[in-house]
Design a protein around this ligand. Structure first.
Ligand SMILES: [Zn+2]
Length: 241
């Protein structure tokens, strides 16, 4: 049986996913004649969450396209900012992305995060149920069919991760409106109402209070505030650029 042979070319930003043979440019690839292009791309190592348009001899095709002999396939990266159809933009982060989750919340971005490992099937199901974009550095997790939408997190450094997610999805920012501990919305809190949760020194020194409507945690302009201010200022500055 003749196996159809195609040539495949992967966008530079996706080359980290593919075997080194495929990084230099386009090269021949034998297919089985029945697999879809989506399957071929995944088999090369590229999560479909990271693939943008797929072109065959310059024409856009769906992931369901079955490549035929002699076709030249280009796999492009995702267009930025990426549009996620349907529900308001919200995220779900896997167990390894706690710092990124807290930073997104600091900026007011809805970022659910499980701080214990609930397992890939449960995470994927949660993404589907709550229509959240699943953020992960785990390619296997991003391959799961159930997920609503997903995105690979390219860096292991929280600064770069945050910049990447903000550039990719351009979420609306509303700093200081969300609980960094639990993702609940904050409301302004009256000092008297939250008095018993505050230490004496805090009562004297700080005047700005907010309280989480979900977990009750109280926020004020405390010791770490300068560092958090810098993260917020940086994000707002990048958003305007
Ligand atoms: Zn909370």
């Amino acid at each position: 049986m003749n196996r159809p042979e195609i040539t495949i070319e992967v966008a530079p930003e996706l080359r980290l996913f593919v075997p080194s043979d495929y990084r230099a440019g386009h090269r021949p690839l034998a297919t089985d004649g029945s697999s879809t292009l989506g399957h071929v791309v995944e088999s090369l190592g590229v999560p479909l969450t990271e693939a943008g348009r797929l072109l065959v001899d310059g024409r856009q095709v769906p992931v369901s396209h079955v490549p035929g002999h002699g076709e030249h396939v280009e796999v492009l990266g995702v267009a930025r900012p990426q549009q996620v159809p349907g529900a308001p933009l919200r995220f779900l982060l896997d167990v390894h992305l706690g710092t990124l989750a807290r930073r997104l919340r600091l900026l007011g971005v809805d970022a659910a995060y499980e701080n214990e490992d609930i397992g890939d099937p449960a995470l994927a199901a949660l993404s589907a149920k709550e229509q959240r974009v699943l953020l992960s550095r785990d390619r296997g997790l991003l391959r799961r069919r159930e997920i609503w939408a997903g995105a690979y997190v390219y860096s292991d450094r929280p600064d770069d991760q945050l910049r990447d997610v903000l550039e990719r999805f351009a979420p609306a920012l509303a700093p200081w409106t969300r609980c960094t501990a639990c993702n609940g919305p904050l409301k302004e809190a009256d000092k008297d109402a939250v008095q018993e949760q505050l230490q004496q020194g805090t009562q004297r020194s700080y005047d700005v209070f907010a309280q989480c409507t979900a977990c009750g945690r109280v926020y004020w302009r405390g010791a770490h505030h300068a560092r958090l201010e810098a993260i917020v200022a940086d994000a707002l500055r990048s958003g305007r650029a």
